[in-house]
Write a protein of this length. Structure first.
Ligand code: F6P
Length: 359
């Protein structure tokens, strides 16, 4: 089949580097293949709304700023599963047929979806149901997409978390405090482990390794004995409390999200060691920050590669980063999997080698 028109959408939580991907897709599709490119707004929702929400993209869209900007100028949603779309009255409705109809109305020949594991699962289901031609690109600050060493957005999040530790250290020293930085990552400790090493943390807690409060207290005592008046701790949001439960916060809209483990630990550590602790919850700055050079680079590489996949009739596959280059795997290889920190990850040995407490 001859390709003339492709769609591109960003799905799930935003992150740094998404605009670089859309730019690369648009440039490659227009410059190399002379295709038309349609940017779908707010993930699959743009194909669900009537009138359809989309923008025909041209090289003019990317005349300068976008590669430098965080977030996604197309918009996205992490609540928009079209097979189970939340309605204002609390019920759920299946809008998958509307999306397929929207794709056909736009007369798209193929589409590229940028998303994490959850989004890929939904996009694949839609592609199967509507016989849509689909190619995936992995993005998530959590870096938990299987089969790819790195996903778009992760490097920026690590950079932001490392910068935060850089800024916390002087104030920790000024006040002789323990500074606790709570970072995102869902059930994967990649951000905490990597930023913790790069940012000189004394204690790194990740969901994959069990810690003990006694162990943390002993480590803080040792730091004191060594003559240092302050310490830095980084903790991943899904690290569990002593009772084995994750700390959760209920937001105004009734949705629960991970959050609060930093405060929980600060309280416990004060009781055990009388160390004054302060907590910084880094939150969404890990997603909205200006993308790092590496995220722009990987995003650009994924974008060009994904367009070439369409040109080569390679569908139901996702571009992945392996051994310093882009390749692709079948979408089923990443669905329903979560790439958490492997116990044999060399970084764990390195962290321990640096005398960092990990549990
Ligand atoms: O998956 C990306 C992520 O930023 C997680 O690290 C975090 O737990 C979650 O999304 C936050 O979701 P929301 O944007 O809905 O608050």
């Amino acid at each position: 089949m001859k390709i003339k028109k492709i769609g591109i959408l960003t799905s799930g939580g935003d992150c740094g580097g998404l605009n670089a991907v859309v730019r690369a897709v648009t440039r490659r599709a227009i410059v190399k293949y002379d295709w038309e490119v349609y940017g779908i707004k707010e993930g699959t929702s743009g194909l669900m709304y009537r009138p359809l929400q989309y923008e025909k993209l041209s090289l003019k869209n990317f005349s300068g700023n976008l590669i430098r900007q965080g977030g996604t100028f197309l918009g996205t949603t992490n609540k928009g599963n079209p097979f189970k779309y939340p309605m204002p009255n609390g019920s759920f409705k299946d809008f998958s047929n509307d999306i397929i109809e929207g794709y056909n109305k736009l007369e798209l020949d193929a589409f590229i979806g940028i998303g994490g594991d959850g989004s890929m699962k939904i996009l694949k289901k839609l592609a199967d149901k509507g016989n849509l031609k689909f190619v995936g690109i992995p993005k998530t600050i959590d870096n938990d997409v299987d089969s790819t060493e790195i996903s778009v957005g992760y490097d920026t999040a690590v950079e932001v978390a490392t910068n935060a530790l850089d800024m916390l250290q002087p104030t920790a020293a000024s006040h002789k405090r323990l500074m606790i930085l709570e970072v995102m990552g869902r059930d994967a400790g990649h951000i905490a482990l990597n930023a913790g090493i790069a940012g000189g943390a004394d204690i790194i807690l990740i969901p994959e390794i069990k810690y003990s409060l006694k162990g943390i207290a002993r480590h803080i005592e040792e730091i004191r004995k060594q003559g240092r008046n302050h310490a830095l701790m980084i903790v991943a949001e899904a690290v569990k409390k002593e009772d084995g439960k994750k700390a959760m916060i209920k937001h105004g809209d009734g949705q629960y999200r991970l959050g609060g483990i930093g405060s929980y630990l600060a309280d416990k550590i004060y009781k055990m060691t009388k160390t004054e602790a302060r907590v910084t919850v880094l939150g969404h700055v890990q997603r909205g920050s200006q993308p790092s050079p590496r995220d722009r680079l990987i995003g650009s590489a994924f974008g060009v590669y994904a367009v070439d996949m369409i040109a080569n009739n390679k569908f139901n596959r996702i571009a992945v980063w392996q051994n310093r280059s882009v390749t692709d795997v079948h979408i089923n290889q990443i669905i329903n999997k979560s790439k958490t920190v492997n116990p044999s990850d060399p970084l764990i040995k390195i962290a321990r080698g640096l005398g960092i407490y990990l549990g």
